[in-house]
Design a protein around this ligand. Structure first.
Ligand code: SAM
Length: 388
């Protein structure tokens, strides 16, 4: 039984029938663990229950898990499955849950690759008590998950290291920006990002933008875990569906200051945005950026999306995220010129451009590169931009 926890998404089977129902309940999210779960299952502590009120300026949006408007041709949405039940079960787990789990794995095992997110495990334990219990107490669970997930035939080679490298790199974005005097950080698609709580400094304001339900769940957990010691340092949570609500509208009335140089981090988002939404997002970021503002983001190779070239683990990942109604739909050319052209259309200047191999050399230099079995997922790229 091929069951995978993908680099940018699901813990679940590689393919499944489109007819499976989407179970919205918390136990379903919990049941998405990649291996046998202990029984009986304790009730999860914090599960998305209902849509919350969006930010004052944001238009109402459906709750996460509600049927999303189908993109023109979602990648990986096809395929049949021998695992229909499992697919149905794993559909309910949003990708940001899985990012959180992946972020804890190398740290839990004290591996040298591990990222610096010392708060991720506490969030994971609170959000997914069953999965956490299994990981912590079931003999061999971590090794089993790693083997299954990174299986070179049906898994995603480099899935865990990818999250470590990416987490380290975005940490560097925040540290460098704050060292450089930037005092405003907008974390776009924050998910369970903990940079505001780990890397914040006095006088620096963080805004965390995400879907309303994700934003609400995050706030609840952060409060429960007491991550914010000083209320002046509390991030501003902005609930908005950026596929429908313009960023400027989402940030209006939140205290965001467009006259102040800003660091924007856009981690793990753009490949999910349909239609014109990626262009609209970058145009808005540019319009809201004072000179000297910075943008750090990851994106997907359009070659992988188009099915050209060799990208180990891509199909598994694409099918897995499509399984939870978060299909990959958007990419950029995997070259400096292509990304620079895209950014220039919004008035932004490309800074760094990193291939997966560059990222390994920069963040995990002890890992040798292999095209056949890449040490991090091979279909994501990374770039920085500046507002001149
Ligand atoms: C793969 S997760 C990445 C989360 C986090 N940045 C990380 O790396 O762990 C994708 C995030 O994008 C958010 N997201 C997806 N579509 C969105 C949209 N249309 N508007 C706002 N947020 C969105 C999801 O709720 C989720 O938190």
């Amino acid at each position: 039984m091929a069951q995978t926890l993908t680099a940018e998404g699901a813990l679940g089977p590689a393919a499944a029938p489109a007819s499976a129902a989407a179970p919205p309940s918390a136990p379903v999210a919990e049941a998405a663990a990649s291996a046998p779960s202990p029984s009986p299952a304790p009730a999860p502590a914090a599960a998305p229950a209902a849509a919350i009120a969006p930010s004052p300026a944001a238009a109402p949006v459906p709750a996460k898990g509600a049927p999303a408007p189908a993109p023109a041709s979602p990648v990986g949405s096809g395929g049949s499955s021998r695992l229909g039940l499992l697919r149905a079960v794993t559909r309910g787990t949003p990708t940001n849950y899985d990012m959180l789990v992946l972020r804890t794995l190398n740290r839990d095992q004290a591996l040298p690759n591990a990222n610096g997110d010392h708060l991720a495990a506490a969030l994971r334990d609170e959000l997914m008590p069953l999965r956490s219990w299994w990981l912590k107490h079931w003999p061999g669970s971590k090794a089993n998950m790693r083997r299954t997930l990174e299986n070179p035939f049906w898994g995603v080679p480099g899935a865990i290291n990818f999250i470590d490298a990416r987490t380290k790199w975005f940490d560097e974005a925040v540290t460098q920006a704050l060292d450089g005097g930037i005092k405003q950080v907008v974390v776009v698609a924050a998910g369970y990002d903990t940079r505001a709580y780990r890397l914040g400094r006095p006088g620096v304001r963080f805004f965390e933008v995400d879907l309303p339900i994700a934003s609400e769940t995050k706030q609840r957990l952060v409060d429960k875990l007491g991550f914010v010691k000083d209320q002046a340092a509390r991030p501003t949570y902005v609930g908005a569906d950026l596929a429908r609500v313009p960023l400027a509208q989402a940030l209006a009335g939140t205290g965001f200051d467009p006259a102040a140089p800003t660091l924007w981090t856009v981690e793990g988002l753009v490949y999910y945005l349909p239609g014109d939404a990626p262009h609209a997002l970058y145009a808005a970021i540019s319009a809201l950026s004072a000179p000297g503002s910075r943008v750090w983001f990851d994106f997907m190779s359009e070659e992988a999306l188009a099915g050209r070239g060799s990208f180990p683990g891509f199909k598994t990942t694409a099918k897995s995220v499509a399984n939870k109604d978060e299909p990959f739909v958007w990419g950029l050319p995997p070259c400096r010129e292509g990304v620079a052209g895209f950014l220039a259309g919004s008035g932004l200047e490309l800074g760094d451009f990193l291939t997966p191999k560059d990222m390994v050399g920069r963040m995990l230099p002890h890992l040798p590169w292999s095209d056949r079995r890449p040490p991090i997922a091979s279909f994501y790229l990374y770039a920085t931009a500046r507002k001149p």
